[in-house]
Ligand binder design. Sequence first.
Ligand SMILES: *Cc1c(COP(=O)(O)O)cnc(C)c1O
Length: 393
Amino acid sequence: MSRVTDPSVRAEAVRAEAVVDLAAVRHNVDVLRRASPGAELMAVLKADGYGHGAVEVAGAALRAGASWLGVCTLDEAAALRAAGITAPLLSWLHLPGEDFGPAVSSDVDLAVSSREHLAAVLAGARAAGRPARLHLKADTGLSRNGAPAAQWPDLLDAAAKAAADGEAEVVAVWSHLANADTPDHPSLDVQAARLTAAWTAARERGLDPIRHLANSAATMSRPDLHFDLVRPGIAVYGLDPFDRPVAQSPLVPAMTLRARVVLAKRVPAGEGVSYGHAWTTPRETTLALLPVGYADGVTRALNRHGRMKVLLGGALRPVVGRVCMDQVVVDCGDDEVRVGDEAVLFGPGTDGAPTAQDWADELGTIHYEVVTGVHLRRVTRVHTGAGGEEPRW
Ligand SMILES: *Cc1c(COP(=O)(O)O)cnc(C)c1O
């Protein structure tokens, strides 16, 4: 009766893998390049490339025609420079008291949002003995980072003086959209007009900066907002900014999260499964154990309604009972399942496996949070599609 075959087969020593397909990254950058022919493209790589690996994704994106890279922190910028990446690189969120000298020395462009921020960057430029490259950030309506309109003339005056003194080069005036995923939202036009006014004020001071505003959604839907440079992030990783199903999106999701079965066994009818016995076997069945749980980023809420599924042995199968810290249980019915079989938790969706978007829908969040939420201390990240390391299984 038992369908469990050869339980002595040992699984690989890898618990779970986030496999990142760099060919998909190149494809996505190509799609974005075609959508923005008049602008340069900055691949946004903050948070370690949205969990995909900033260095590897940078290489793929540059190969596919990106000419700029963007990150949040100085550490993220330093990691790219340490990896030998010399492309233009912008870092945009800084801490009070940060030392900008090393960033200026290593040719990292710096976003600046206030006069105090500018003063710290100029101190770094003096320490580095070369001009800082500035992207002056205007708050055009997101009310997050960026200088508000009332402080803009003052910031421009200070930046123009620094430029005249040879301490800085004003490379860009830029901003970030609040509602880009709703392309006809009236705030987009308001923000674009405010950016243009901020840029015009810079030109009136004799500066000649470029302008940039568009994230993924605006890159794909608002060519009138591309200006000189577009800054897509999520679309580089293949996740559709408009949440279109995979079949309707020109993008290919790059990340697959998978794990191997570590135990498979027949269990009689009427047995409670996992903590709290939230699920009971309705019949004798084969249960497969996967060595991933909420400590890996397989968040517990995924199965709070009993709807989580994995692709295992060619079929979508339900995760049963509660997600634990380190493990989940999959109901395989009477189908054959072996220790070592691969289960896909989410992937591109082309083979019927769940997608990051499916997880986001279940969790009431966005796919950005799903891919950045894989815990890479325990999940092994592997890159394919670059002539790089092949997956271990
Ligand atoms: C994250 C980010 C982007 C990219 O946004 P996506 O929606 O991922 O394309 C662009 N610009 C800034 C300032 C960002 O913080």
